[in-house]
Design a binder for this molecule. Structure first.
Ligand code: F0G
Length: 386
């Protein structure tokens, strides 16, 4: 069965909205749960107890393909042609791939904010021939604009406000469980931006528990970058939970005004998650509630240090992805995660998405070159300069 070559559609019984002849797939989701003993050591875990779910292996190089295949399938079912998204880069890369690699007449329209898109991602959108529109403003402004435009012009919206995106992203958790022999881990740790992944993961566990396929759920840790910490702020300062019945858009706006007044809207090197108005806030709060979740923020330094450790452990990821590892380390240091817990960190995007951040971190100091070569080997050059 060709659908079994998709790591999403081989779980099609759990994605019942799509008739099989309508499926739009580019072979997404063939990703693996990887052992990572060097990273475990860095985080402070017993070796073997930390694993990395490496979603950078997807055709467009990030986890977004899991959601895109489902949303494109739905778009095909309703006869959509023009499809649009706002993006910090990975959603747009995935959208561009699905339009260019398939034959159903899809036209890609992408809105990006000014200045903050990693070049690897922009290159993908351009190479795959997407109409790419840069607006004045940040991701949240681009998101606002694309929602308006899509609504007015009848363009199909591919951001994670689209519930079919989240359906596809549930399968990341199915593959994690599969990798663990369907033993439920103690923790899932995931970076939080627009909060689509965390929402989808929560939904996956709610449904699996309901179906009796698992008897308990893991705890969920959502990690914000310190420069885009809306969720962390609302949960830690306001104890905001799903049980409060919040927030509808009006209530959210009060919080957002407060965030603005406190100048909490900053920036982060993890440009993928530089998002201050997460569209899935409410769904994420539900996931946190069901999975006894916690939320933390990590600094750019913590993110880049963790990223270098992931890289030297053999896998490689982009900055936003490393927030999961940095967050696990923080929770371990706080004693919330125990060394013997079984922890899975989600690596959401490929190392080559944002080479600029990596090269800047490791440095290229010409003067030290010979000295370093003479002593510790060229591959250590970056660290030797610090
Ligand atoms: N990691 C990476 C590499 C991302 O690209 C994103 C989101 C996230 C984490 C956050 O995931 O939104 O589900 O909480 N990138 C979006 C984009 C917003 O436009 O590519 P989330």
């Amino acid at each position: 069965d060709p659908l079994n070559f998709s790591g999403v559609w081989r779980f099609r019984e759990l994605l019942p909205f799509a008739p099989r002849e309508m499926v739009v797939t580019v072979g997404e989701g063939q990703t693996l749960l990887q052992s990572a003993d060097k990273v475990a050591q860095y985080v402070g875990m017993t070796p073997g107890n930390l694993k990395l779910q490496y979603e950078g292996m997807n055709p467009s190089g990030s986890f977004k393909d899991n959601g895109m295949t489902a949303a494109f399938t739905h778009a095909r079912m309703v006869g959509a042609r023009r499809v649009a998204c706002a993006s910090t880069g990975n959603t747009s890369a995935a959208l561009a791939v699905y339009c260019s690699a398939t034959d159903f007449g899809f036209k890609a329209i992408i809105f990006i904010g000014s200045g903050k898109i990693a070049y690897g991602k922009l290159a993908q959108a351009l190479d795959h021939g997407a109409l790419t529109i840069q607006i004045v403003g940040d991701f949240d402004d681009a998101m606002h604009r694309v929602r308006q435009v899509a609504d007015r012009l009848g363009i199909y919206l591919m951001n994670s406000v689209n519930p079919f995106r989240l359906e596809g992203q549930k399968t990341i958790m199915y593959r994690v469980l599969e990798g663990l022999g369907w033993e439920v881990p103690d923790w899932i740790v995931v970076p939080g931006g627009n909060l689509g992944n965390s929402s989808a993961f929560g939904k996956a566990f709610i449904e699996l528990k309901h179906l009796g396929l698992i008897d308990r759920v893991p705890r969920l840790a959502v990690i914000n970058a310190a420069g885009a910490r809306t969720l962390e702020y609302l949960v830690s300062e306001h104890n905001l939970t799903w049980r409060d019945g919040l927030p509808d858009m009006a209530a959210s706006q009060t919080y957002y005004d407060e965030l603005d007044a406190k100048h909490l809207k900053a920036s982060t090197i993890a440009s993928a998650i530089e998002i201050n108005r997460p569209v899935n806030l409410k769904k994420c709060l539900r996931a946190l509630d069901f999975c006894q979740g916690v939320v933390r923020q990590v600094s750019d330094q913590e993110i880049m240090d963790a990223k270098a450790r992931v890289g030297s452990g053999g896998l490689g990821c982009e900055p936003a992805s490393a927030a999961s590892v940095a967050g696990a380390k923080k929770l371990r240091e706080e004693g919330i995660i125990a060394p013997s817990d079984r922890v899975v960190c989600i690596l959401t995007g490929h190392q080559l998405k944002d080479p600029t951040a990596t090269v800047a971190y490791h440095g290229t100091d010409q003067e030290n070159f010979e000295k370093v070569l003479g002593s510790r080997g060229v591959h250590r050059a970056g660290f030797a300069n610090r």
